[in-house]
Design a protein around this ligand. Structure first.
Ligand code: KG4
Ligand code: ZN
Length: 353
């Protein structure tokens, strides 16, 4: 089954083609991405209305591009998947309406998929994908979750952030340090020059049992450290780098402690790490070391599939469409809030169900 995947939940327009006949590392036929980051950077974060407008400009040209890259026409498509949530409602509606319009015209099924399920299964696009079951750490700009994954759609939430997501904490810290949006890669770059011994930030919620996270206190800690330094004179580049390093170490350590706990509690030996923050090099090194000690293994998406992309949506959509799941014809979905553990395994449906 050849499925077009469309991602428009936030500030990236992603489009890809996946073929279930070529599963196991070769199914991805083409993918293209347009990032709106430069446009939003001016405002220090995503402006929802501008995001929607830009998706409408970029989406159809990207669809044409991936079809051309794969040497296919739209008449060879068997289904269309789009991100139905969670995300910005206006941005989601651009993808949903385009998917349903195309599906109606081509008389093929459309299916709205969950953005975080896309992230969760992005490592399945690699040549050596993880087998079920596994523990997944989802770390993006909007979510920080630990999930026990038994199969497609079978997700048990083990823990999540009670306030800011890890990526959000990176973005806010970056702003305090005067760095550009999105802050994760910028903070990581600055932290490279930082002295890990100079400051020690807390590892929130690690001193008690449980798998929930809290990152908003770290933000206050960063601000306090900055204010203290500013009170003694002008902030040097080294000061900023030392703070970036202390912050990154605290987030990475906290995530690693909870992942170790999740592996021990579930007895599982595979850890999937996905979402934008999974691109963080220091996080990967820490998690690899933690897994090695337990004879477990960590799996990551390739760099460009850590952040938002169309490939992960095409993959999840293809799996679910191939199992017979589909939207009611003409009934599009845009669901800004959508808990991951409500998903369930694919349910075969008739177009009019
Ligand atoms: O998954 P994603 O592209 O979008 C959401 O679904 O939210 O994640 C974006 C987040 C941003 O907060 C960004 O700062 C963070 O991922 N991020 C990183 C790195 N690369 C991206 N955080 C830490 N280190 C990185 N290298
Ligand atoms: Zn995302």
């Amino acid at each position: 089954m050849r499925v077009l995947g469309i991602e428009t939940s936030c500030d990236e327009t992603g489009v890809a083609l996946y073929d279930t006949a070529l599963d196991g590392g070769n199914g991805l036929l083409a993918d293209a991405l347009y990032s709106q980051i430069a446009m939003h950077a001016e405002y220090g974060g995503v402006v929802p209305e501008l995001a929607s407008r830009d998706h409408t400009r970029k989406l159809l040209p990207l669809v044409e591009q991936v079809l051309a890259d794969a040497g296919m026409t739209r008449h060879e498509l068997d289904g269309i998947a789009y991100t139905a949530g969670p995300g910005l409602v206006g941005a989601l509606m651009v993808g949903a309406a385009t998917a349903h319009g195309m599906a109606r015209a081509l008389d093929i099924p459309a299916l709205g998929v969950h953005h975080m399920e896309g992230h969760l299964l992005a490592p399945m696009l690699e040549s050596d994908p993880p087998a079920f079951p596994f523990v997944a750490l989802l770390v993006s700009g909007g979510h920080t979750q630990l999930v026990e994954v038994q199969g497609l759609g079978l997700y048990r939430l083990l823990g999540e952030s009670v306030d800011d997501a890890a990526g959000e904490a990176f973005d806010k810290t970056a702003k305090m340090l005067g760095l550009a949006y999105p802050g994760g890669p910028e903070v990581a770059r600055l932290a490279e020059q930082g002295d890990p011994q100079r400051f020690r930030f807390p590892r929130p919620m690690t001193d008690r049992p449980g798998l929930d996270f809290s990152f908003s206190g770290l933000k206050t800690h960063t601000l306090t450290a900055l204010r203290k330094l500013e009170a003694t004179g002008e902030l040097s580049e080294q000061d900023r780098a030392d703070i970036a390093r202390a912050f990154e170490d605290a987030v990475v350590d906290t995530l690693a402690i909870k992942c170790r706990r999740a592996l021990d509690e579930t007895g599982l030996k595979r850890l999937v790490v996905a979402g934008g923050v999974s691109a963080n090099v220091r996080l990967r090194a820490r998690l690899d070391a933690a897994c090695q000690k337990r004879r477990a293994r960590a799996y990551y998406p390739r760099g460009r599939f850590c952040t938002d992309n169309g490939a992960m949506i095409a993959y999840v959509g293809a799996k679910r469409l191939a199992a017979g799941e589909r939207d009611v014809t003409g009934q599009m979905h845009a669901t800004p809030r959508w808990p991951l553990d409500q998903l369930g395994a694919p349910v075969p449906r008739q177009p009019q169900d």
